[in-house]
Design a protein around this ligand. Structure first.
Ligand SMILES: [Zn+2]
Length: 511
C-alpha cells in the first residue's frame, strides 16, 4: 500500500512538476506575429547540380559557369566551321554533339530516372526561425528529378519551418518550375500545412516549347525570332541601349539580314537535326523527369514515342506517367480542392513572343510559358491578334472575363475569379508593383478576387518604368507600339536612314 501511494505521489509530483514546464515550452515556441512564414519555391536552376561534389574534380553541370562553357564551345566548334562552310555536316556534327555531350552529358539519368553516382544538387534546409515578408526561405532543387522527389523534400522543409517559427501553417510562393513542384506537393500532401499558394508564371499545364521539341517539331520562324529579341529588350531597363538594340534589330529585319541568316541555318538544321536528337537531346534531356513535367498533355503520348524506350526505361516512364496523369492532367481538380482550405492566386503573363524554335510560336505567352498553360485553361488568341469578331465568352458566369484588348478569355480557367493576367510581363521578371501585389496576397487573412481591389483587376498592363500596373487599353498591337515613346523616334530615324541606303544601293545595282 505504501508503495502504491508513493508511486501515485511520485506520479503526481512528476506530472505536477513537468506538465506546466512542458506547456510553457509550447507557448514559448508559438509565434503570434500573425504572418505565416513564406517558402519561395524557386525556378529551374535554383539548385546547382554538381559532378564530383566536394572533390578536387568538382564541376557545376547546371548551371555551368558561362565563361568556361563559352570557351569550350569556341574551342570545339570554331575549328569545325570550315567543314560546315564546305558542306561537311558530319565533321561539324561530331564537334557540335561532342561539345553538348561533354558539357551536359553528366546530367543524364538512368533507365529508372535516377542520377549518376556523385551527381546531385546539395540539399539545404532552414536553420533559423527568421520569418516575415522580407524573410522567405529559398527552396531550391535538382531540376532534373521527378517533381515528387522535391515535393517530399518540400514537405520536410515545411515541417522544419513550422517547428522553427512556431507557426502551424506556411505560405508558398512558386515561380516558374516551382509551380510544378508545388502542384506535386498539393497532390500528395494537401493543404493541412498551407495558408496561401501563389503561382507566378508557372508551367502548371506545361509549355509548348518542351512539348514540340520532344515531338521533334523544330522550326525557326524569322518573324518570331525578331519579335522574341524585341520583346526581351524592354527588360534591359536602359532607354538608350533599349532603343539602340530595338532599332538595330528592326533595321536588320528591314534589310533582310535575318531572313538571309536563316536560309544559311536551314541546311544545317536539315542535315543535323536527327543526329542532334539521337546523339544528344534524347540521351540527355529525354531522361529528365523535370523536363518531362513541362510537356503539355496534348503532346505527351506522342513525345513518349519519340524520346523514350519502353524496354530500357520502364522505371523512368513510370515516374513520368505518375506526374503527368496524377498532377499535370488533374491540375484543375487539384487547384479547386486546395482552394477549399487554402488561398490560391495564379498570375500569368501574356503578349510576349514565345521561344521561336517551335511551330507553336503563335501562342501568346510570357516568353517562356504559354498563357493558356500558366493560367490553367484560358482561351487565348494568337499573339498580336484578337478573337474573331462576334466571339463571346466561353463560360457565361454572369460577369466579364474577356480582356479589354480582346485576346484572353479567362472564363475557362480552373479558378477564373483568382487568376490574373499581366500584359507584357516577361517570364518571372518583376518590379515593386509585383511585390506589392504579392504582399497583399501574403498578408491578407481572406482570399481576394479579381473584383476585390480596383487596382488589381483580372487584366493588367505591366508598366515597367513606373513599377506599377495600368489598365489594359483597348488598342491593337500596332497602335500600342506607336505609343511607346522610348523606341519610336530612334527606330524611325534608323529606319529612314536604312531606307535611304537601301534605295541608294537599289539604284546602283538594279538599274
Ligand atoms: Zn511569426
Amino acid at each position: 500500500m505504501k508503495k502504491v501511494i508513493s508511486v501515485v505521489l511520485s506520479l503526481v509530483m512528476v506530472f505536477g512538476f513537468v506538465l506546466p514546464v512542458f506547456a510553457e515550452e509550447v507557448t514559448d515556441k508559438s509565434c503570434d506575429c500573425g504572418f505565416n512564414p513564406v517558402i519561395y519555391v524557386a525556378a529551374l536552376g535554383s539548385g546547382t547540380v554538381y559532378e564530383n561534389y566536394g572533390t578536387d574534380e568538382e564541376k557545376a553541370l547546371f548551371r555551368p559557369e558561362t565563361g568556361p562553357l563559352v570557351a569550350e564551345a569556341v574551342s570545339v566548334i570554331l575549328p569545325a566551321l570550315p567543314a560546315l562552310l564546305a558542306g561537311d555536316y558530319d565533321t561539324f556534327g561530331d564537334a557540335l554533339i561532342g561539345f553538348v555531350n561533354s558539357a551536359f552529358g553528366g546530367l543524364a539519368l538512368d533507365g529508372d530516372g535516377n542520377s549518376k553516382e556523385g551527381v546531385y544538387a546539395p540539399e539545404e534546409y532552414p536553420e533559423t526561425g527568421d520569418h516575415g515578408i522580407e524573410h522567405s526561405f529559398y527552396f531550391g532543387y535538382d531540376f532534373r528529378l521527378d517533381p515528387y522527389t522535391h515535393a517530399d523534400r518540400l514537405h520536410k522543409t515545411i515541417q522544419l519551418m513550422k517547428e522553427l517559427t512556431g507557426h502551424d501553417k506556411v505560405q508558398l510562393k512558386a515561380s516558374s518550375m516551382g509551380g510544378v513542384v508545388t502542384m506535386a506537393y498539393l497532390e500528395r500532401y494537401g493543404t493541412d500545412d498551407i495558408e496561401t499558394v501563389i503561382f507566378q508564371n508557372c508551367p502548371i499545364q506545361g509549355t509548348a516549347v518542351a512539348g514540340e521539341l520532344f515531338c521533334r517539331k523544330f522550326e525557326i520562324n524569322k518573324d518570331a525570332l525578331v519579335n522574341y529579341a524585341l520583346d526581351a529588350i524592354p527588360a534591359l531597363e536602359q532607354d538608350f541601349f533599349q532603343g539602340f538594340l530595338y532599332g538595330l534589330a528592326t533595321a536588320l529585319d528591314d534589310l533582310g539580314v535575318w531572313s538571309t541568316l536563316l536560309t544559311l541555318v536551314d541546311p544545317i538544321v536539315e542535315n543535323l537535326l536527327d543526329r542532334v536528337y539521337d546523339e544528344a537531346l534524347i540521351p540527355i534531356f529525354g531522361t529528365l523527369p523535370g523536363i518531362w513535367s513541362f510537356v503539355p498533355d496534348e503532346y505527351y503520348e506522342e513525345a513518349k514515342t519519340v524520346m523514350v524506350n519502353e524496354e530500357t526505361q520502364a522505371g523512368l516512364i513510370e515516374k513520368l506517367d505518375n506526374y503527368h496523369y496524377n498532377v499535370q492532367a488533374k491540375a484543375p481538380e487539384i487547384l479547386r480542392e486546395a482552394n477549399k482550405t487554402a488561398k490560391i492566386y495564379i498570375v500569368a503573363g501574356y503578349d510576349i513572343q514565345r521561344t521561336p524554335l517551335v511551330s507553336a510560336y503563335m501562342n501568346t505567352s510570357d516568353g517562356t510559358v504559354d498563357t493558356k498553360y500558366a493560367s490553367v485553361g484560358a482561351v487565348t488568341a494568337d499573339i498580336r491578334s484578337t478573337f474573331p469578331q462576334g466571339y463571346s465568352q466561353a463560360v457565361n458566369d454572369g460577369h466579364n472575363h474577356i480582356s479589354p484588348d480582346f485576346c484572353i478569355d479567362a472564363s475557362t480557367c480552373a479558378l477564373p475569379e483568382q487568376t490574373w493576367f499581366i500584359k507584357d510581363m516577361l517570364h518571372c521578371t518583376t518590379h515593386e508593383g509585383h511585390d506589392k501585389f504579392y504582399e497583399k496576397m501574403l498578408t491578407g487573412d481572406e482570399q481576394f478576387y479579381i473584383d476585390t481591389y480596383e487596382e488589381y483587376p483580372q487584366f493588367m498592363q505591366n508598366n515597367i518604368p513606373d513599377q506599377t500596373f495600368n489598365k489594359v487599353e483597348n488598342l491593337s498591337a500596332t497602335e500600342l507600339f506607336k505609343k511607346q515613346p522610348n523606341f519610336t523616334n530612334f527606330v524611325m530615324m534608323l529606319r529612314s536612314f536604312i531606307n535611304v541606303i537601301k534605295s541608294f544601293f537599289a539604284g546602283l545595282f538594279v538599274k
